[in-house]
Write a protein that binds this ligand. Structure first.
Ligand code: HEC
Ligand code: HEC
Length: 374
């Protein structure tokens, strides 16, 4: 059985109430959220919890998106602009080089691309990543694709944007491992070919090779690391771009309440939530608490975006979960207090796989890097 669009919205409203306020609201209240005055959903519209489906049954889930679904998930951008750091071709070219340049690290072997491989959906596919001396960091490397659109950067949101973020790894002792911004500038200045590129990217500046400009160039490059795919074609009205099963998985994603946290065009990236919001989930990582010192945010993490999620495992902030099936089951249980059937998990995973976009092969091509002196 499939959800009608209005059912999806009213169930979403209920889920929002229960997650947002921590209390169940009676149906009548939730249904008031249907501002267009449509008929409240009937209980019998809910999918059968035991629901094994035959292929034929998926057929009626197919078709183009409803207006509600469009407004829930629409609005993905081709580039994520910032008034503070306008994207220019010269900045992007420079940022791409710096992104790939492993000389900007303590031992000359680590670049951003070591952990965020652009031809591998922006991840290294490891639970946690080895840095310049092989020491593993404590967190999983999230993807850089679509990350610029997030409300803040890192699992705990400790940096505001991709420009501020880019300064972190170069100085992180278990990543690039450099001393300070001055050392970064020194290395860049030791590679003569960079001077004209910085001058072009930051015109009118007396001394354009600065740590800040290093971060701005990389940030501008990252602001166009956006992926689109079949999902976006479907959302634009191409009804056949998603299969009936993927569409059934989407309905479940909405109806189960996943969308209360994984919302908007990136399916996340816009709020922080507790890992174990409903049922405790053990983790030693304090998450957002370490940033805000607010007890109420203990074990809160930025809700990750789910675009390309089928390609960005292993999952969670510590990379402890290997499969999407397991991930969906954990989320339903610990974030929503719900048990899904195997068939529901399969549908949901099919939907999540439909969020895989196309890697922009031309844009991410490894450039010729300026040569060392002599
Ligand atoms: C040694 C591996 C490693 C290297 C090298 C590295 N990163 Fe990361 N990156 C990580 C890890 C791990 C995190 C998550 C850390 C956290 O949340 O505390 C992260 C987080 C990020 C994020 C945040 C994404 C999000 O969804 O919040 C961005 C953007 C990013 N890195 C870009 C870069 C750039 C640009 C460089 C090069 C200047 C770089 N990284 C170098 C491992 C690495
Ligand atoms: C109450 C908020 C909330 C709800 C509801 C929720 N999630 Fe999550 N989800 C999170 C947070 C927070 C994380 C990251 C936790 C961490 O890394 O420790 C996460 C992580 C994930 C991940 C791993 C992504 C990655 O890159 O590591 C997947 C997949 C996921 N959720 C899918 C779902 C699905 C499917 C549902 C519905 C069954 C769901 N979530 C419901 C908050 C939520």
């Amino acid at each position: 059985m499939r959800l009608t669009p209005m059912t999806a919205v009213s169930v979403l409203a209920m889920a929002l109430f229960s997650v947002g306020c921590g209390s169940e609201k009676p149906d009548s209240d939730a249904d008031k959220a249907n501002t267009d005055g449509s008929t409240p959903h009937a209980e019998s519209d809910k999918p059968d919890a035991s629901g094994e489906k035959s292929n034929g049954e998926y057929a009626d889930a197919a078709g183009p998106p409803s207006e509600q679904v469009k407004s829930m998930f629409g609005g993905v951008k081709a580039e994520i602009i910032s008034a503070k750091n306008p994207i220019t071709p010269a900045k992007v070219e420079l940022g791409r080089m710096l992104y790939y340049d492993d000389r900007i690290s303590a031992n000359g072997t680590i670049s951003c691309n070591s952990c965020h491989k652009l031809d591998n959906y922006g991840v290294d596919s490891l639970p946690t990543s080895p840095g310049h001396d092989g020491t593993l960091g404590g967190r999983n490397s999230p993807t850089v694709y679509n990350a610029a659109a997030h409300v803040a950067q890192f699992w705990d949101g400790r940096e505001a944007d991709v420009e501020a973020q880019a300064k972190g790894p170069v100085l992180n002792p278990v990543e690039h491992g450099l001393e300070d911004g001055a050392q970064v500038e020194e290395i860049i200045k030791s590679i003569p070919g960079y001077a004209p590129l910085f001058a072009e990217a930051f015109p009118g500046e007396e001394d354009p090779i600065t740590f800040d400009n290093f971060a701005r160039a990389i940030g501008a490059f990252e602001r166009k690391l956006v992926t689109k795919g079949r999902w976006d074609s479907w959302l634009a009205g191409e009804g056949a771009a998603l299969t009936g099963q993927e569409k059934a998985g989407l309905d479940l994603f909405i109806e189960t309440g996943c969308v209360t946290c994984h919302m908007g065009p990136y399916f996340g990236g816009s709020i922080y939530q507790k890992l174990g919001a409903i049922e405790p989930f053990h983790t030693a990582d304090m998450g957002r608490f370490a940033v805000t010192q607010n007890e109420a945010e203990m074990n809160f993490f930025k809700v990750p975006g789910l675009r390309n999620v089928a390609e960005t495992g292993p999952y969670l902030h510590d990379g402890s979960v290997g499969s999407l099936e397991e991930m969906v089951t954990i989320m339903a249980k610990h974030q929503l207090g719900k048990e899904l059937t195997t068939a529901q998990v399969t549908d949901m995973v099919a939907f999540l796989k439909s969020l895989t976009g196309k890697i922009p092969d031309e844009y991410i091509k490894r450039p010729m890097l300026p040569e060392d002196e002599g």
